[in-house]
Write a protein that binds this ligand. Sequence first.
Ligand code: UGA
Length: 443
Amino acid sequence: MKITIFGTGYVGLVTGTCLADVGHDVICMDVDENKIARLEGGEIPIFEPGLEPMVKANVAAGRLKFTTDAAKAVNHGVLQFIAVGTPPDEDGSADLQYVLAVAKAIGEHMQDDKVVVDKSTVPVGTADRVKAMVESQLEQRGVSLNVDVCSNPEFLKEGAAIEDFAHGARIVVGTDSDKVKQLMRECYAPYIRLQEKLMFMDVRAAELTKYAANAMLATKISFMNEIANLAERLGADVEQVRRGIGSDPRIGYHFIYPGCGYGGSCFPKDVQALARTAREVDYEAELLGAVEAVNQRQKQTLFAKLANAFDSDLKGRTIAIWGLSFKPNTDDMRDAPSRTLMEALWEAGARVQAYDPEAMGETRRIYGERDDLMLAGDRIQAVKGADALVICTEWKEFRSLDFPWLKDQLSMPVVVDGRNLYDPESVRRAGLMYYAVGRGDSL
Ligand code: UGA
C-alpha cells in the first residue's frame, strides 16, 4: 500500500518506519531540508531504541523514502498521514498552523481522491477543519475530487515506541466511511495481532479519546504525588501504599509511581489543551486544572527538599544530578523536572554537575556553556567534589549504588531521590541523609 507521512518528528518517523517495515511503500515528507538530508544519509535526529537500524534497513530496501517535495508526497499515498507538531499556543490550546498547512498542501496538489489520516494530537473538531481546508483548495483549483478525513490518534510512549506500535492496546480510527474503514484495515493488516484491536468510532470520539487517555494517566500520577506528599507529612511510606492500592484491579499498578512530576511533550501539553478546549465550550474542567497545578508543584519539590537540607542556603554549593531526560530511554528534555531543578539551583547561586546517559547533547543545546554547569562524562564524575546528589530520572544504571562509596564522595551526605530508587534503610545505614518522595520522613 502506498502511504505518505507528513512530519518526520517523533510520531511521523516511527509511524513511517514501522509501516515500511511491514512492507508498505512509504514516503515521509518534511519541510526541514536539513532534517531530510540527514535522514536520507541514515542519520536519526532523535534517540529511540531500535529506530536507527530499522530506518536504515527500510531505506536500503527501497520501502522508505524521504522528500521535501510536497507535490511528490501528496501524489504518492492513498493514505496521507498528518503527523506534524501541535505546539501549545500562549493560552495552552494546540497550535494547528502546521496541521492546516499540510491540509492546504494536500488540497493544492492532489490529482485523485485521498484519505487524510490525522495522527497528530489535535483538538476535537480538527478533522472537520482539515477537510474544509482541503476542499477550499480544491474549489479554488476548480477540480472535483473527494477527500475523507479520519482520526487515528497515536498512543506511543517515547523509549518504547517501536514495541508500542506493534503491540499497542488498541488502534483507534474515527470515521463514518466504509471506504476509509477498509483502507485503514489494509494499512494495519500486516500487524495480525492488532487486527482485533482495531476500534472504529465517530471522528470526534476518536479525537477526544487521545486527550482523555493522556489526561487520565496524568491524573493518576498527580493523584499519587498528592498522596506521597500527604504520606511524608503523616509519616507513612507511599511505596507501601502504592502496593496496597495497586493490587486492586480496578486501580491497577500502572502509572501510580510517585515522583518529581510528569514531563515530556505530551502530558503537560495535552492536559492544558483539553482544559482549554473545555473552556471554549463554556465548561470549567476543574480536575484538569488541579492535575496541572499538582504537577507544577511536584516539579519544585526536589529543590525544596535540597533547600531544606541546606537550611535554605545553597549559594556556592555544588549539586550532582543524575538523569536529565524527562524519563529513561530518551534524550527528550521537554518539560523535564531536571530543568525546573537546575534553573532553581542556578537562581539560588549553586553549581550543577550533571550526568545523563543520553541527554548530554540536548542539555548543551538548551543551556550552552555556563560556569555553573559541568556536564560530566559519567555518573562517578558527576558526584566527585559535589556537596549532594539528586536523582531526577530512573535510568537503569542508577539503580545499583554503593552507598558507603557515595558517602565518601559527597561533602554533605545528602541524597534527594526523585524516583524512589533505593531502600531507605540501606541508604541511611551508610550514614547518608535520604530524601525520597513520600517515604516517611522525606521532607
Ligand atoms: C505518553 C503516553 O504514555 C503515551 O501513551 C502517549 O502516546 C504519549 O504520551 C503521547 O501522547 O504521544 P510519554 O510522554 O512518552 O507517553 O511518556 P510516559 O511513559 O507516559 O511518561 C510521562 C511522564 O510521566 C514521565 O515524566 C514519567 O516519569 C511520568 N510518570 C509515569 C510518573 O511520574 N509516574 C508513573 O507512574 C508513570
